[in-house]
Write a protein that binds this ligand. Structure first.
Ligand SMILES: [Zn+2]
Length: 512
């Protein structure tokens, strides 16, 4: 009989084998295989749990090895597998085959849940390819419920699930021998998922028709969007609209996100994510970091398949803004480590907001947009210039759409019906883009964009003043979202013209 545990090392789950050796020498108990202090403490927990459960602890020199020994082990989830390995030496479990046990022991012999079950499921999927003989899984109560929920969720999504010999759920160590010797299988293929999820009906504040247009176009194409404007015009409030309109992630994205959530000790949440990041955020917080307990996902991966909301974006530390360049472009992150590199997914839509001057009241430059504000700005022109220069060219290049919100809506609180109408518009346009461009407009390839551009002198004249190729393609991607919104069979000049107005920062920055 082989007893296994597992560990998440460098974000990858790895199978551990519990090796055992005993000699008739002065009784002692040693754990090898680079164990962290909490695994050393397992000796005391296991000996106390044996006593409380009525099992006799062998009066020998005992050596347990967590194999392979080459990397550091951490966590308290190995208690159960070590205890079962010691028990198996005195009880006759030879015919049981391979068992993976996962749980922490209490001094009274209880089995506590330790989490990481999504990673455990990942491991079992890999493991069944290497070993045709299925494992028996033994888990604590809560871990068992989460495991079954995740497994059944995957079944409903049409995703692969591991084949197991049996799945057993135990609350106390003393139940283990009887459970293993019986033919009981606790796995419940019909269990209903009851994982917590965020409310999906946010409170929606009214928006102006211009704001509504920006939100609609941006949501259709999942364009990275920067909303600028003075304080009090509903920039942050518009976020609830984006949240309400965000489309569902794919099952793969949801699963990847569950793994990232788990790396931070968060419960699985399958609702479309919206991660809100404050203005003093550090790059490690965004990208993720390595701790003594392995990879801890950052905000970018937690927003995978959803929205990252960057409030006060202009005031973000420069290095935090700069570190977004690659992930926004490639929709994934490459984190380099001593032992290799780790690829982390972060296919998200960035919604950023910011003021136009240090005091947040700046209206004057944009009088042309019909601005009227209660906040009086006392900032000097050079202060405003310096402030806007915080948005570096390279970062603006990664943002698709920039809009200035200048007034608060005087409309009444939106009724459910009017929101439903906007939602239908977005959904219709999204199926239009899926049918016509077989994808999301913000991801259309440069080749496709150039090929689908109507060849006319006036269209070329319209695009002539866009000097950067990246900016030209971003303009065309927004234009395709507008085309989808208008349900137009071809890309028209008016679509490109409107798209260009959302790229006005290109000119402001190049003039600065
Ligand atoms: Zn000001």
């Amino acid at each position: 009989m082989h007893i296994h545990s597992f560990i998440v090392d460098e974000a990858r789950p790895k199978l551990l084998t519990i090796e055992f050796n005993s000699r008739f020498q002065i009784p002692s108990f040693q754990i090898l295989g680079l164990p962290a202090p909490e695994i050393q403490e397992a000796r005391e927990r296991i000996m106390a749990a044996f006593q409380s459960s009525g099992f006799e602890f062998p009066k020998k020199k005992i050596i347990v090895n967590l194999s392979p020994s080459s990397f550091r082990k951490w966590g308290t989830g190995h208690d159960l597998s070590i205890a079962m390995k010691i028990l198996s030496e005195s009880l006759d479990w030879k015919s049981l085959g391979r068992v993976l046990a996962w749980g922490e022991l209490g001094l009274g012999g209880s089995i506590r849940s330790v989490g990481q079950v999504a990673h455990l499921l990942e491991l079992l999927l890999v493991e069944q390819k290497n070993h045709p003989k299925p494992l028996t899984l033994v888990l604590g109560n809560n871990d068992f419920i989460h495991f079954e929920n995740l497994r059944n969720w995957r079944v409903r999504q049409g995703m692969e699930v591991p084949t197991l010999n049996r799945t057993l759920c135990a609350t106390e160590l003393k139940q283990i021998p009887e459970l293993l010797n019986s033919s009981i299988d606790h796995s419940n293929h019909s269990s209903e998922i009851h994982l917590p999820s965020a409310p999906l009906n946010p409170h929606l504040l009214p928006v102006t028709s211009f704001q509504e247009r920006i939100i609609t176009i941006s949501s259709i194409g999942k364009h990275h969007t920067l909303v600028l404007g003075p304080k009090g015009v509903g920039k942050s409030e518009s976020l609830n609209w984006f949240r309400a309109l965000v489309s569902r992630s794919t099952p793969t994205q949801m699963w990847e996100r569950v793994l990232y959530q788990e790396s931070r000790g968060e419960r699985p949440d399958f609702s479309p994510p919206l991660r809100q990041v404050h203005s003093q955020v550090k790059p490690a917080h965004l990208l993720g970091s390595f701790t003594s307990k392995g990879f801890r996902a950052g905000e970018l991966s937690l927003a995978h398949g959803g929205i990252l909301f960057a409030d006060e974006f202009v005031e973000w530390p420069r290095d935090s803004k700069e570190c977004l360049r690659e992930p926004l472009q490639n929709r994934k992150l490459q984190i380099t480590r001593v032992n290799g590199s780790l690829e982390v997914q972060c296919d998200l839509q960035l919604i950023a907001t910011g003021n136009l001057c240090p005091c947040g009241g700046f209206p004057t430059l944009f009088r042309v947009y019909g601005y009227s504000s209660q906040v009086r700005c006392r900032c000097r022109e050079n202060e405003i210039d310096q402030y806007l220069k915080k948005l570096s060219g390279p970062i603006l290049d990664r943002i698709d759409l920039v809009a200035i919100f200048t007034e608060q809506s005087s409309r009444a609180i939106p009724e459910r019906a009017s929101f439903k109408l906007i939602q239908e518009k977005v959904e219709r346009a999204q199926s239009f883009t899926l049918e016509r461009f077989s994808g999301v407009t913000s991801r259309l390839s440069p080749d496709f964009l150039e090929a689908s551009l109507p060849k006319s002198k006036s269209m070329e004249a319209l695009l002539k003043d866009i000097t950067s190729l990246r900016s030209r393609h971003k303009t065309l991607r927004i234009a395709h979202s507008i085309q989808a919104l208008e349900n137009s069979s071809e890309l028209k000049e008016e679509h490109v013209f409107e798209a260009k107005t959302y790229r006005f920062m290109d000119q402001l920055i190049s003039q600065a």
